[in-house]
Design a protein around this ligand. Structure first.
Ligand SMILES: N[C@@H](CCC(=O)N[C@@H](CS)C(=O)NCC(=O)O)C(=O)O
Length: 235
């Protein structure tokens, strides 16, 4: 079975930008995009909850060749699947026999979408989304952990090679690039090594396309909507 069309449910600069960026790398503009206005609470509409009970973006709608469609959730899984589906684009080491390159690629893809993501998410919700439930100690704890444990690991890689998994751009960089932008918005990843990395990434046409909507994003929901969303918005 193959697929005939892809549609991404997206909100600017969020985790769905990882997938949007990779789709631009793989398909140019030949995919569908629907913005889900998160700060209006559109992710809680009954229609959207049927697609994604986790009320978040990204969601990837995959139209199959028999005309049916299916929905995939989780940005890390999407990046992994999509990069493998287009081997000719060479954005992922092939999943064949054991290879150190594939091992490292999967490790960093999951590190970016789980461990790093968890810290950035805690910092984000406690800084901008939880209102009176926010806890400054949680922000400090995860900022310190990020600076002491995550940044040195990424820096060490970027001192050796131009991209996270070597001298060649890979799908992992769509995750890490978005994470570094996210971290930067919270005062992290400030060393020159990260701005140089972002400089290299931002030269890519697909990066420009993926973040062309950056101006539509604000870190905090508009004040009028923030309080209503705070009780259930997950970041
Ligand atoms: N683990 C999920 C997390 C997705 C996620 O939480 N997305 C946020 C934006 S970055 C969202 O849509 N939040 C809206 C909400 O929870 O109401 C993934 O990586 O796809």
């Amino acid at each position: 079975m193959n697929f005939t069309r892809l549609k991404l449910y997206h909100f600017p600069c969020t985790r769905s930008a990882r997938v949007k960026w990779l789709l631009h790398e793989l398909l140019g503009d030949d995919f569908d995009l629907e913005v889900v206005p998160l700060y209006d609470g559109a992710q809680y509409s009954p229609d959207y909850l049927l697609k994604n009970p986790n009320h978040n973006v990204p969601a990837l709608e995959i139209t199959l060749e028999n005309g049916e469609s299916t929905i995939m959730l989780e940005s890390g899984a999407m990046v992994s699947l999509l990069a493998d589906l287009f081997p000719e684009k060479r954005l992922a080491p092939a999943p064949v026999a054991f290879s150190l390159a594939r091992m490292d690629y999967l490790q960093m893809l999951h590190f970016g979408t789980t461990w790093m993501d968890m810290m950035l998410w805690q910092i984000r919700i406690h800084t901008h989304l939880l209102g009176p439930d926010s806890d400054a100690r949680t922000i400090d704890r995860y900022k310190n952990k990020f600076v002491q444990e995550v940044e040195p690991q990424l820096s060490a890689r970027l001192e050796r090679t131009g991209f996270i998994c070597g001298d060649q751009f890979s799908a992992v960089d769509c995750v890490m690039g978005q994470n570094v932008l996210w971290a930067g918005a919270y005062g992290l990843c400030q060393d020159a090594i990260f701005s140089d990395y972002m400089g290299r990434l931002s030269q890519r046409a697909a990066f420009t396309s993926a973040f062309a909507d950056m101006g539509d994003f604000t870190l905090a929901p508009p004040a009028s909507k923030g309080a209503a969303l705070a009780s259930h918005f997950s970041g």
